[in-house]
Ligand binder design. Structure first.
Ligand code: NI
Length: 254
């Protein structure tokens, strides 16, 4: 039994065959999934998906790419959505400095801080997107010491991972950990205690080997468990069980 801790099954890339993907995922033993919003529209879709399927839970939030949409009115909407028992986290939120034409850094930081403040106020865990912004992400999460969550698709240094684990955060691993040139992700996965690891597809992106470059989907999350088991020299089943339990704890699932 596997838990995909970060999926975007509402993405339009699944519009033509979503039911078939869900059937395949169930056949693969994936019995839990967190559907993560990236903006207002996908957050609302995530809640609808989680209301429809008992194995699915939702995170609502705005990705740094859409940071300018984070107004007081939208924060009120997210606050209301968080009252829905199917909503278990705020995310994905964070900083993305990779593309020069992304929203200005100050706007991303303001949107991140407002959503962190909401998480703190509501006692919700967060899902953090950090791309090429490790220092600033760590600094902003430090401003909200009560908030815990996961740095998803972790791409930072071993030192950053160690600092996060020390503070009680989780580290999320995608298909990147299976890539042949994934030296850094491998190093972090080898070090990170099993009790702090989440596995995720981040589908439709980040497909693991041997599907790299293709559309990803939740039925492939066992490949991440398999790779982490190899790195740690333990059974895949042990990784599957621990990561399900970690997701259950972080997202406070029944
Ligand atoms: Ni994502």
């Amino acid at each position: 039994m596997y838990f995909d801790s970060h999926a975007h099954l509402c993405d339009e890339k699944f519009d033509s065959d979503r039911e078939a993907v869900i059937a395949r995922m169930r056949d693969a033993g994936v019995t839990g999934m967190m559907e993560v919003g990236c903006d207002r529209a996908s957050s609302l879709s995530a809640v609808r998906l989680a209301e429809r399927y008992g194995w699915c839970w939702a995170a609502v939030g705005t990705h740094p790419d859409s940071a300018p949409e984070v107004t007081p009115a939208l924060l009120e909407e997210y606050r209301a959505l968080c009252q829905n028992p199917r909503v278990r986290a705020i995310g994905e939120i964070g900083l993305d400095y990779h593309y020069p034409d992304n929203p200005p850094r100050e706007i991303q930081q303001a949107a991140f801080r407002r959503q962190m403040a909401l998480a703190q106020e509501l006692g919700m865990p967060v899902i953090v997107h950090d791309r090429d912004a490790h220092g600033d992400c760590l600094e902003i999460v430090s401003e909200f010491p009560q908030v815990r969550g996961v740095f998803h698709c972790f791409s930072g240094s071993l030192e950053t991972a160690q600092e996060l684990v020390r503070r009680g955060w989780y580290i999320g691993f995608t298909g990147v950990v299976t890539f042949k040139n994934a030296r850094k992700a491998v190093e972090v996965a080898e070090w990170t205690p099993l009790s702090r690891i989440l596995i995720e597809t981040d589908c439709p992106y980040m497909a693991p080997e041997p599907h790299r470059g293709q559309r990803n989907d939740p039925s492939l999350v066992p490949l991440m468990a398999k790779k982490i088991a190899e790195l740690k020299g333990i059974e895949e089943e042990q990784v599957a069980k621990a990561t399900w339990e970690n997701a259950r704890k972080l997202y406070r699932l029944p």
